[in-house]
Write a protein that binds this ligand. Structure first.
Ligand code: SF4
Length: 698
């Protein structure tokens, strides 16, 4: 008899519901879940091909120590012993976890509890640092908490949708489908796309602003200054619910039209057209993604956008608000349990003595950390210079995806003790592991994920664990028990971890924090199995679900007011005589991250078969390359080789190269070997855009 299981797509932050069906003959197929509020039955090409990526070829099926097969007890004892010995000799900050937005919330919770509450260090960071940490920092500065105010429905209800730094059509395809359908139904709806490239998303745009890389801060400063002189400004909202408008306005006002044109690269007519459109349309949603976040000024970009919504009071009401679209399936869930080195748990602040005391009381932990740990780029620098001597990497491939990737590879190779938990035997990172642990993959593991609109959904297992593979949370808990923390890490099931996470979110939280799912603090296994998608918060006391935040203020700073942030426009040109071009990296439609799963699908690989660089025709002439010719791209950090794709969609002076390919799929294709390890000063997020490079024909 066939069976059907409701689960959630493991790729992007849209978080689509999926129904996985196993037929009598064992064949697996997938379709969109018509009841899931993120996608209402839709799936994109990646989600539709999930069944093509779940075969066992290339899987790790047994623990391994230095390349030989080992039992779980031997491997876990070794991990616990080496971590304990390293901590005893060099202190808790000599060890680190580098985890992933691919982990489920339950995995993340146990990792964070072990590192921050029991080892006593905050050296746990995640590849989500590369994805959306600038949005986290921007939210915390403006709102006092990492709160996404709106919901996907707002994108459909808006009369103007501004997409900045977002190739929605390829990176969040189901939201793009929802937007395109809403625009088709209401042709008066306007879409503005702000992107140096004319991407597929721009095909539905009423206005495409081909902005200079990193010109966004200046653009939204100019918008704030413009709005201040119009009827769109909401003095009542500003006066009642915010602080700092005068300072932000004064900072924004320093840019005249000539400076705005210079910093954004946009003609005055387009600037004025955008400003007027924003001014005259009350229902505006501004969506932003990696083009905003992956920048040395990413946090300021986020706050420059939020400033404009606060100034007009267009936040938290239907069809209005700033909207961060997260890249990964569980970047949000990781944030909720404190999976970033500068956060605690349940959106509590690691800088707050009160919050640290509260979490310590709840966990009954011996050694809670009280200061931020190493963020991703700094963590691998600490591995390189020997400060971190034992490293556990889970569900991510930093040798491909970190900036300055060759240096990261060298650092991991020289680290005295490296543990990698993964599903695949052969990745650029697993090759460097002393201990390799087999993890459950999508279709085999149980837990929850949170999407970009704060919706928590279940991922459910519908296939048996292959070989001796185990859940990531189980591996962490077993190591915690072996390190002497028996009671705190006795989790029999994922449901018990979720219940503890929910209880912590409500612990001593009488409406004082945004993240509260106390309604699930006593959830049992059967209810967890049945758990339907829901948006947080869901506090126990009221059982009332708040779908939007901040229409009537209620921010999370102590005075319950939002903060305008006075930002300054950064210089946007990083090029030099030796590196005269600009590189922007990003995603393509049919591949995911470092291709360890989507690379298995011939159908997905047929979309674009090789790594490429989009190059403007005039730049191609100067480089001396035609489409399909090979180009070597170089920065002071490394080199990569890709095929030229000459197109007028690309702005003059800048190249676009996808971040997916690695040495498993094509020689010298790791573009992150070229990307400089420059980070945003507030979020620590690396700037994967606006990299100064040279390009030459091979
Ligand atoms: Fe999966 Fe994102 Fe596609 Fe939805 S839009 S099916 S979550 S990859």
């Amino acid at each position: 008899m066939s069976t059907e299981t409701k689960t959630t797509c493991p790729y992007c932050g849209v978080g689509c519901g999926v129904i996985a069906r196993i037929d009598d003959n064992g064949t697996v197929s997938v379709k969109g879940d018509p009841d899931h509020p993120a996608n209402f039955g839709r799936l994109c090409s990646k989600g539709s091909a999930l069944a093509e990526t779940i075969d066992l070829s290339g899987r790790i099926l047994h623990p391994q120590i230095d390349g030989r097969r080992a039992g779980w007890d031997e491997a876990l004892d070794l991990v616990a012993t080496r971590f304990s010995e390293t901590i005893a000799e060099h202190g808790p900050d000599s060890v680190a976890f580098y985890v992933s937005g691919q982990l489920l919330t339950e995995d993340y919770y146990v990792a964070n509890k072990l590192m921050k509450g029991f080892i006593g260090s905050a050296n746990i960071d995640t590849n989500s640092r590369l994805c959306m940490s600038s949005s986290v920092a921007g939210h915390r500065r403006a709102f006092g908490a990492d709160t996404v105010p709106g919901t996907y429905e707002d994108i459909e209800l808006a009369d103007l949708v501004v997409l900045t730094g977002s190739n929605l059509a390829w990176c969040h395809p189901v939201i793009y489908q929802r937007l395109a359908a809403a625009k088709a139904a209401r042709p008066g709806m306007k879409v503005v796309v702000i992107d140096p490239r004319r991407t597929m998303t721009a095909d539905i745009a009423d206005l495409h602003l081909a902005i200079r890389p990193d010109g966004d801060v200046a653009l939204f400063m100019g918008l704030l200054a413009h709005l201040a002189g119009t009827a769109a400004i909401d003095q009542n909202y500003i006066g009642t619910h915010t602080n700092g408008f005068a300072e932000a306005f004064a900072a924004a006002s320093v840019l005249g039209i000539a400076e705005l044109m210079e910093l954004t690269g946009l003609p005055s007519m387009q600037l004025r057209q955008f400003f007027r459109l924003f001014e005259e349309t009350e229902k505006v949603v501004t969506c932003y993604s990696q083009g905003v976040n992956q920048s040395a000024s990413g946090t300021d970009k986020v706050n420059a956008i939020i400033n404009c919504h606060l100034a007009t009071g267009r936040i938290g009401r239907p069809g209005m608000g700033p909207f961060s679209l997260t890249g990964q399936p569980n970047a949000m869930g990781g944030r909720e349990v404190g999976g970033l080195a500068n956060m605690l748990a349940a959106h509590m602040a690691i800088e707050s003595r009160e919050d640290c005391d509260r979490v310590q009381r709840f966990w009954r932990s011996p050694a809670i950390t009280r200061r931020p740990g190493l963020k991703a780029v700094d963590m691998f620098r600490a591995v390189a210079d020997g400060r971190v001597k034992a490293l556990w990497i889970m569900a991510t491939n930093p040798v491909v995806s970190m900036p300055d990737a060759d240096a990261v590879a060298a650092a991991i190779a020289a680290c005295p003790f490296v543990v990698v938990s993964d599903v695949l035997q052969e990745t650029d990172t697993t090759k460097l592991a002393h201990v390799l642990l087999p993890s459950l993959g999508w279709a085999e593991k149980d837990g929850t994920v949170t999407n970009s609109e704060r919706r928590i959904s279940r991922q459910r297992a519908y296939l048996a664990a292959p070989g001796e593979a185990k859940a990531d949370w189980w591996q962490l808990a077993e190591v915690g028990r072996r390190m002497g923390f028996e009671d705190a890490f006795s989790f029999p099931t994922a449901a018990t971890i979720f219940a503890e996470h929910a209880a912590l979110s409500a612990f001593e939280n009488e409406g004082g924090r945004d993240f509260d799912i106390g309604a699930y603090a006593r959830i049992d296994g059967a209810a967890y199995d049945r758990l339907a998608p829901f948006q947080w918060p869901q506090p126990a006391a009221s059982q009332v679900q708040t779908t939007r935040f901040f229409a009537d203020g209620g921010f999370f700073h102590a005075d319950r007011k939002a903060r305008f942030v006075a930002v300054n426009a950064p210089a946007t040109d990083r090029t030099t005589a030796d590196f005269p071009l600009t590189l922007n990296t990003g995603r393509i439609r049919d591949q995911w991250h470092t291709m360890t799963r989507t690379g298995k699908s011939a159908r997905l690989s047929a979309h674009i078969a090789e790594p490429f660089a989009e190059i403007h025709p005039r730049d191609a002439i100067e480089i001396g390359v035609a489409s399909a010719g090979l180009v070597e791209i170089e920065s002071p950090y490394g080199k990569a080789v890709v095929r030229a794709l000459v197109t007028e969609r690309q702005a003059r002076g800048s190249l676009f190269v996808p971040m997916h390919w690695n040495d498993q799929f094509a020689a010298k294709a790791r573009i992150d070997a070229v990307v400089a390890p420059i980070t945003d000063p507030f979020s620590g997020q690396p700037a994967s855009k606006n990299v100064a490079i040279a390009a030459r024909r091979l």
